[in-house]
Write a protein that binds this ligand. Sequence first.
Ligand code: PHE
Length: 369
Amino acid sequence: MSAPNKNFDPVMPAALDPANLQANVDAALAAIAGAEDLATLKQVRLDHTSDRSPLALANREIGALPPSAKADAGKAVGAARGRVNQALKAREAELKEAERERILTAERVDVTMVNDREPVGARHPIHSISEHIADAFVSIGYGVVEGPELESEWFNFDALNINRDHPARTMQDTFFVGSADSGAVLRTHTSPLQIRTLLDQAPPVYVVCPGRVYRTDELDATHTPVFHQVEGLAVDKGLSMVDLKSTLDWFAATMFGEGIVTRLRPSYFPFTEPSAEVDLECFACRGESVGNPDRPCRTCSSEGWIEWGGCGMVNPRVLQSCGIDPDEYTGFAFGMGIERTLMFRHGITDMRDLVEGDVRFTTAFGMDS
Ligand code: PHE
């Protein structure tokens, strides 16, 4: 700042020279107009309005003027700074708006855009229901056991008391792997898991074994050469048919609805004694179609019951061959077709829908059982 100018000094300080003021304003306005973004504008603001800018300097020079000249000079500097500040403000608003436009365009989401991503698949309902069954048994304390699909004849037949001349052991039912005397078969049921489990675990044993099994059937609406079973096995002290029947009733109610029970029909399996076929009370008509032509039921053909699987008390010979004393322990076992269970549960009438792998069928079941 110049020294106080007590006597009138006609020489205007350079900073207050109107031409100079105008030049500084012009320079500031040009810089403001030329600022293409907010960061540049910030720098322009510093250069042209901060304490060390030419206009601020001019403002300070006013103090050095004689009182009579201060008012005019103050007006001139004030107007100059006002123009610059106004231009800054306007440019800032413009740049902010442009930035907003840019973000809106760059981050635009077109909610009407066609989604060309690959469709999400779904689990096969056989897998979902197998897990559902296993989970249900786990909830009452059972373990889950799995075993090989390529099985030895010994586990699949001999250890289960199915002797050499049993009809199930012919090429008509069983896929032999390699030559017929290789001793290797694709397991025809999940019952070999009974043997594998009893050789592996000491009683008390409570397990379920879901898995894939193979038989030489042609694929049609009710048969498939590859299907699934779930085996159940319990070996403990004092188990009786009552335990078997109540477990099956619980299983039926869990899968098909409160109050649905099972019925046992005498049958024969070499590895259980006594043995029975398990029928399921028809969950569609609950028996009301029987002898009632006015209310026919397609699910059970008005029989009131549907075949579900096989069961029985574990044959003492099986326990013995696994090193378990049949005088101390008894057991029960059951085996259900998982395809049948799924078909009943969801009203699927053609087995082929389950094996053809059409995603439209699978996705209808979603991710759940
Ligand atoms: N394994 C028998 C079958 O496939 C079913 C079954 C399992 C029967 C357990 C009795 C006990 O037909």
